[in-house]
Write a protein that binds this ligand. Structure first.
Ligand SMILES: O=C(O)[C@H](O)[C@@H](O)[C@H](O)[C@H](O)COP(=O)(O)O
Length: 237
């Protein structure tokens, strides 16, 4: 199956790349263009990225693009509720691979906050996100094989709240089915307001997950909530 065979909604654009390096290069080019335009027209730009394993080549490529990074705010679509020094931390991943080279001077707005409870940490993150330029200029989502995106997992408690178009929260506490279970996730209104919305996926398994998501309910496959214009999907084998 090829991504071009999927019956995607109008306004959803699919890019098929030869490999992860090609996917990273094209995404970095496209994201840098939008960030540069935002800086030149609004004086600031906001970039929200996802964690996991596959974004690293993209982070490395984007970190080398020349633009006024001192005007760019970078945040996370979701975070594991672990300190940045923890190997599972998305903040640690971004600090190692994206906040380097030209992008080293970008402003980072993390979701992780030490707190007595996950709920309290989510409230602190929600408050901190008031500083993030909105609408987000560039959003990059990933997707799990189960159709989760950010830390919006199928059938999870409060998923319906987080996916509400009028959800009053920017960030909520979520529980993942795999360790680290305690998560913080941006909610649908904040994520879906982005001017440029990207989904980066790799491999045939995720292509099949995407195909299934087209006919699924968002509560069963949360990525479905984001498959609408103006989504740009970047896929490689
Ligand atoms: O914190 C996380 O793990 C991510 O935000 C998560 O939503 C990720 O994007 C998907 O799980 C895909 O991860 P991979 O790209 O590593 O497959």
């Amino acid at each position: 199956m090829a991504i071009s065979e999927l019956d995607l909604p109008t306004g959803v654009v699919a890019h098929s790349l030869a490999d992860a390096a090609g996917q990273a290069r094209l995404m970095a080019d496209d994201a840098a263009k939008v960030l540069n335009y935002a800086v030149r027209t609004h004086g600031v730009a906001s970039l929200v990225v996802s964690g996991g394993r596959s974004p690293v080549p993209f982070f490395e490529e984007l970190s080398r693009r020349e633009l006024d990074w001192s005007r760019v705010q970078i945040s996370l679509a979701d975070e594991r509720w672990v300190p940045p020094s923890d190997a599972a931390s998305n903040e640690g991943l971004v600090r190692r691979h994206l906040l380097q080279n030209a992008a080293a001077v970008a402003q980072f707005i993390g979701l992780y906050h030490p707190a007595a409870t996950l709920e309290e940490a989510a409230q602190l993150a929600d408050r901190r996100l008031a500083e993030l330029g909105q609408p987000i200029d560039v959003l990059v989502l990933g997707m799990g094989d189960d159709g989760h995106t950010a830390s919006l997992f199928p059938d999870s408690a409060r998923l319906d709240h987080a996916l509400r178009a009028d959800c009053p929260d920017r960030c909520v506490a979520m529980c993942a089915p795999t360790e680290p279970r305690e998560r913080l996730s941006m909610t649908y209104p904040l994520l879906a307001s982005a001017r440029m919305q990207c989904l980066a996926i790799q491999g045939m398994t995720k292509l099949e997950t995407l195909r299934q998501a087209l006919n699924a309910d968002a509560l069963r496959m949360p990525i479905r909530a984001f498959i609408h214009s103006p989504l740009e999907i970047y896929w490689c084998p």
